[in-house]
Design a protein around this ligand. Structure first.
Ligand SMILES: NC(=O)C1=CN([C@@H]2O[C@H](COP(=O)(O)OP(=O)(O)OC[C@H]3O[C@@H](n4cnc5c(N)ncnc54)[C@H](OP(=O)(O)O)[C@@H]3O)[C@@H](O)[C@H]2O)C=CC1
Ligand SMILES: O=C(O)[C@@H]1CCC=N1
Length: 274
């Protein structure tokens, strides 16, 4: 869907790292009406999908001297690569550059130290690829209202954006929504595996699990009811669902596992900051 703020963005947007997440965001920007001639991509291994965008005007691996300062730098390399990549990105950054990072763990302070500019730290997730992501963002104090608006438009092209004031929340955000799609996909895998264990042919079990997860996600998306009510609507008293939930909601159950999983991801996000 066309996004008027995206269409009104002026200046160059340099995307550093056009992998799974950076590539999904670029797709969202172009779908939202961002002029492809405003975008340059730096990535040592440009995928065929991104290469194809050159025909629409996206600049690929532009010469640093020729490109000069950019208005917006989007950093989507792995956190472990950031210090090395940052040195090559710094020539693009002036005091007036918006530096929008989606890297897990990497703090505003680290971004300011390595790149400079006015930093917005964000955490999207991969449903962004179909415009159904959710992003949380936090801005550094020196990011202007106009820069926050540009960051919001770039992030909102892939789904809703929640702004927070407290950067300390970003590790838990990363654990819940950044990594969250992986937990849901694992649920689909394990539901299928359990179906095979219960006697279903593998292809049927895989289809049933996939459609059940996707359909339940869509119901959750479209319904105003709380998740717990949607769950209760499936659960007939004394029926099959109650029998399964007795296991999943038992002690230990999914609650304990999820608390441990989110704690592990939060801890890892903090470690990536070091
Ligand atoms: N995947 C996800 O679900 C999410 C990821 N993120 C964050 O997004 C970032 C990217 O993750 P993801 O897309 O999964 O990773 P990918 O590995 O798919 O993408 C990273 C890309 O950056 C490239 N790259 C490496 N070094 C440089 C450099 N010096 N300059 C420019 N590009 C470089 C990589 O090339 P090469 O492969 O050759 O190294 C790769 O193409 C991470 O910081 C991650 O924390 C945030 C939210 C969700
Ligand atoms: O696994 C990771 O570190 C990244 C950040 C959130 C999702 N993927």
């Amino acid at each position: 869907m066309a996004n008027s703020t995206l269409q009104n963005i002026t200046g160059t947007i340099l995307l550093a790292g056009a992998g799974k997440m950076g590539g999904a965001m670029l797709t969202g920007w172009l779908a939202g009406g961002l002029d492809p001639r405003r975008v340059a991509v730096v990535d040592p291994h440009i995928s065929p999908d991104i290469s194809a965008l050159a025909a629409r005007g996206v600049a690929l691996n532009p010469d640093v001297m020729a490109a000069g300062f950019v208005e917006t730098l989007v950093v989507a390399v792995k956190p472990q690569m950031f210090r090395e990549a940052g040195a090559t990105l710094k020539p693009f950054v002036s005091d007036k550059t918006l530096v929008l990072s989606i890297m897990a763990g990497t703090t505003i302070a680290a971004l300011e130290e390595v790149c400079g500019g006015a930093v917005v730290r964000a955490m999207p997730n991969t449903p962004a690829a179909i415009g159904r992501g959710i992003t949380v963002a936090v801005a550094a104090k020196n990011a202007s209202a106009a820069q926050r608006t540009v960051a919001d438009a770039l992030l909102r092209a892939t789904g809703p954006v929640e702004w927070v004031e407290n950067e300390g929340l970003m590790d838990a955000v990363t654990a819940v929504s950044g990594s969250g799609p992986a937990y849901v996909f694992l649920l689909a895998e394990e539901l299928a595996r359990a179906g095979v264990e219960a006697g279903l042919p593998e292809a049927l079990a895989t289809k049933l699990a996939r459609e059940t997860v996707a359909g339940s996600g869509e119901l959750l998306h479209q319904s105003d009811l709380p998740s717990a009510t949607l769950r209760q609507n499936v659960t007939s008293p004394g029926g099959t669902t109650a029998a399964a939930l007795g296991v999943l909601m038992g002690e230990p159950g999914l609650r304990d596992l999820m608390i441990r999983a989110i704690a592990a991801a939060t801890k890892r996000s903090k470690e990536l900051a070091k």
